[in-house]
Design a protein around this ligand. Sequence first.
Ligand SMILES: Cc1ncc(COP(=O)(O)O)c(C=O)c1O
Length: 458
Amino acid sequence: MKEELKIFNELVDALLNLEDADPVVKLGSPEDIKEVFDIAIQDKPISDTELKSVLEKIVLNTPRTASKSFFNQLFGGRVPSATLGELLTVMLNISMYTYKVGGPHVGIEVEVLQQICSRIGYPTETSGGTFAPGGSMSNFMSMLMARDAYDSEIQHKGVRKQLVLYTSVDAHYSIAKNASFSGVGKGNVRYIDVNDKGQIDVSKLEEMIKKDMHDGLHPFFVNVTAGTTVLGAFDDVNGIADVTEKYNLWLHVDGAYGGSVIFSEQHKHLIGGLERSDSFTMNPHKMLGTPLSCSLIVTKHKSQLLESFSQEASYLYQGDSDDFNLGKTSLQCGRRNDAFKFWCLWKSIGTQGLESAVDQLFHLADVGRDYVLNHKDYQLYSFDESTAVCFNYKDIPPEKICNALASHGKLMVGYGVFKEDTFVRFVTVNSRLEKSDIIEFFEKFEEFSDSVDFSKEV
Ligand SMILES: Cc1ncc(COP(=O)(O)O)c(C=O)c1O
């Protein structure tokens, strides 16, 4: 292993140097991968030297998500203490189903989840949670708990009623997929309109629920988004909780993107009423910058978590109480240790450090928004208190500009759609950036856009 660690250090050194000097990789065509990289697998082994050179080419030509030019998705940057935790996780290679093989990490996961529950205001005695392989799967777990809480027979007999669930038109696409996976059916997802700021229209939600009940259907679940994927909008949790409490529906808050505002005194009002929800998803791999993937789901109803996910397995659970056999509350059997990297980060910088990171992202977004508002060639589409800055520049089609910026190796940024508009979606998710990095983004963006003939770009 020592030899591999030496190679690891050499490759990482080269990568770190390149991230600064040449922050955006020019990717060739995906059809050419096999020609450019030596990825074909053969029967015979290769030498360590050959392996190193194959690896070097791959590592140095992989998109550089930790560079200062990456604003493409809702993750990015590299936070050293969280990365250290992840590297150690790989070396330890435990599975988080039992105390017997997880050891102290079981306690670490529970500590993180309890801290989140108490921060939200969920009752300590009855709340709990788990780490799942991403926000989509955390959301899936919430839907399964809600389904089983609505009708406990479904686990054994299957779905026999027409269940319906509610979310906004701007919710993450995992809600539709999860409706399919859970047996509810994509056709039984009600997409509620949003207002001009991308927030679910609460009165339309209630109208739809009433109509479905009147028609003899079975409403059971409402998904609220805290930080919509494109605009970064926060639905009104309190307003929706009034409705879900009235009709006795499970209220889930999908905070995969924006849920980390729970750490910020300044911004946690965006998710006010969260303590009234039944479950909550948060992805530390987005706003908090831990390596992918790191997603957690917490619920006020720990007993439902156990009810929906536990299954006896005598070969596996051979001692210790269920409180330490975390496999009993997880979606999977073997489960990666995603809690440790988040704990490492939290332990090292404290809750104050997490708060500063979240505040910094909002500050950086303010810088971006101010820039757009103060420069006449831009049009702004997003709103205050969002870490997504959505804009267009000089009527250049955003798809063309974003694709060209990447293919010319300049910047990584994506585009999004809200209602009838398509725009560049610039997201601040790397809290290690500074104001000057944001200004530099816009300067590079303009310089490039003004120098390219977009009629020739695909
Ligand atoms: C609001 C929201 N929910 C869920 C997800 C899915 O999270 P993951 O990519 O970890 O599955 C995303 C991803 O961008 C998101 O923005």
